[in-house]
Design a protein around this ligand. Structure first.
Ligand SMILES: [Zn+2]
Length: 136
């Protein structure tokens, strides 16, 4: 399952993301677990191990995303791909409302749902970090 990434590629992914999860925006510096390069399109779906298909993800976003590539939009019932940090802008698809990440689009909705952006413990964590200017 794990794919050996070169140190150079790993560093590029980390630096490009400024050390933040490209999905929920949590910084590595305040996270207990190590952020990892995520295959945006998983290898199981023929996604390549290249900079253009990798995003920095926190452990929780990475785990919840798993091998999925999308889900059914809770509003329309349509099958929709996840937000793609390489091809799309975060702010076009999500907006912070307090410590909640509000989805703005179908891609945003399926990503927020499947990656559990707004689980109570994650919102509480963001509230604590926002109080000391460590999020977003
Ligand atoms: Zn995350």
């Amino acid at each position: 399952m794990a794919d050996p990434l070169s140190t150079t590629l790993r560093q590029l992914i980390f630096d490009r993301a400024n050390g933040r999860c490209e999905y929920c925006l949590l910084a590595q510096s305040v996270s207990a677990h190590k952020h990892e390069p995520d295959h945006i399109i998983p290898r199981q779906h023929d996604g390549e191990t290249t900079a253009g298909n990798l995003a920095l993800a926190c452990a929780r976003c990475n785990r919840y995303k798993g091998y999925n590539v999308g889900s059914y939009d809770p509003e329309s019932g349509e099958l929709v791909p996840f937000y793609n940090p390489r091809r799309q802008e975060w702010s076009d698809h999500f907006r912070l409302e307090g410590a909640s990440i509000a989805p703005l689009t179908p891609e945003g909705r399926v990503t927020a749902k499947m990656l559990h952006f707004n689980d109570a413990n994650r919102i509480e964590e963001r509230e604590r970090l926002m109080a000391v200017d460590l999020y977003p």
